[in-house]
Design a binder for this molecule. Structure first.
Ligand SMILES: C[S@@+](CC[C@H](N)C(=O)[O-])C[C@H]1O[C@@H](n2cnc3c(N)ncnc32)[C@H](O)[C@@H]1O
Length: 374
């Protein structure tokens, strides 16, 4: 079944590669294997999240994640932000359930989800999880609303957007994907492109990268933020994801970039295998994202590690409140969830929280903004 599914996607990709004289950009490949309607990893029916899937995200690890985020949202609402939430890429719907259960004051909750399959799963899950009057606050949108006021949320969405791959062989070049009759393989794609000029500019501001260096550039930030700028009035954007600032992202020793694939809880670096059956992600470049945000007219509200952000928003108090008296196993389970979300060796430091605001003057005591570009 899985193999048949993957073979159908391979046929489409091979046809596309033949049409484009033997090579498509990696960005195109990643877009197709993740989002091609009915066949891409996120668009087809495979279970992706949690123990039965391929990977696990913070809201799947613990309800405490959403409950703590709700504390931050509550503070935004109290400071004058309109009580509406717009969530991008809601996955299984779990974060939405956690937030709507904790924030009765929310007036509307919209979800923008690229995958028709995930949208259907979200609808079914949330119908089961929420009382009808909370479920009625939900709307799924196919495009951005006009004049939105409130909180925009994206947890692990930017890392799932397709990236360009570039490599340095005396000069920078962009890499693409070809097919040799049996499997996909890396090929030269272009000597000059937006991705090539972007990496040249990044390198000119950092230490030179060594010969053979291979990495990614994400050109989605600007269009995504510009679209948000055009469709919102008074908003705070809360983006949570794993990533680095540029000095770390493009460190000379990170010679093979940050692409990571997940297949049945095994992480590996080869995006050209298991087309349509595995997740592919790239770390977020927080400097590029914040520069794009400022260029698009947003103000940086604050930036911090996930661990710091959750602890500053009262994660430990919430954990103590949910502590099931006397049930030692359940207590250990909660302690483990807190550790996974916050310890530097787990998600605590790799994941960051970046908040932007527009036409609001909110305070972000749980975040600092030192050190970010712009
Ligand atoms: C790694 S999953 C994270 C899911 C969820 N936020 C969570 O934390 O469990 C990435 C999600 O982003 C969605 N996605 C990717 N690009 C998107 C875009 N441009 N607009 C809306 N959703 C997008 C995917 O379909 C998927 O639901």
């Amino acid at each position: 079944m899985e193999i048949e599914h993957s073979n159908r996607l391979i046929d489409c990709l091979v046809a596309e590669i033949e049409q484009q004289a033997g090579v498509i950009s990696f960005r195109e490949y990643m877009d197709q294997v993740l989002y091609r309607p009915g066949l891409g990893y996120y668009s087809a029916g495979k279970t992706k999240f949690g123990g039965a899937g391929d990977f696990i995200t913070a809201p799947e690890i613990s309800d405490l994640f959403g409950q703590t985020l709700a504390k931050q949202c509550e503070s935004f609402f109290q400071q004058g932000c309109a009580p509406n939430i717009l969530e991008f890429g809601a996955g299984s719907g779990r974060l939405c359930a956690q937030l709507l259960s904790s924030l009765p004051e929310t007036e509307s909750y919209c979800i923008i989800e690229l995958s028709a399959d995930l949208r259907q799963r979200q609808e079914e899950f949330l119908q089961q999880q929420l009382p009808q009057e909370r479920y009625d606050k939900l709307t799924w949108l196919d495009e951005l609303p006009l004049g939105f006021d409130g909180i925009v949320l994206a947890n692990e969405v930017l890392d799932a957007m397709p990236v360009h791959v570039v490599s340095k062989h005396q000069q920078w070049q962009e890499l693409g994907v070809g097919f040799d009759g049996r499997r996909f393989h890396w090929r030269h794609y272009a000597d000059s492109s937006d991705a090539v000029s972007t990496i040249q500019k990044i390198e000119s501001e950092l230490e030179p990268m060594p010969e053979g260096y291979c990495t990614e550039v994400n050109l989605n930030y600007k269009p995504w933020l510009r679209a948000l700028q055009a469709s919102t009035q008074q908003v705070v954007i809360m983006m949570i994801d794993y990533g680095y600032q540029q000095a770390q992202y493009y460190h000379p020793e990170r010679r093979e970039g940050t692409l990571i694939c997940h297949y049945r809880h095994r992480a590996h670096p080869d995006p050209l295998v298991y087309p349509g059956l595995q997740d592919i992600t790239a770390f977020v470049d927080f400097d590029a994202f914040s520069v794009a945000a400022i260029d698009s007219g947003f103000k940086i509200g604050g930036f911090s590690t996930q661990g710091h952000f959750l602890l500053a928003n009262g994660l430990l108090d919430l954990a103590a409140q949910t502590d099931p008296q006397g049930d030692t196993l359940a207590q250990l389970d909660i302690a483990q969830q807190v550790k996974t979300l916050t310890l530097p060796t787990e998600m605590g430091e790799k994941f960051k929280v970046l908040c932007l605001q527009k036409n609001l003057s909110l305070d972000f005591p749980a975040l600092a903004s030192a050190g970010l570009h712009g």
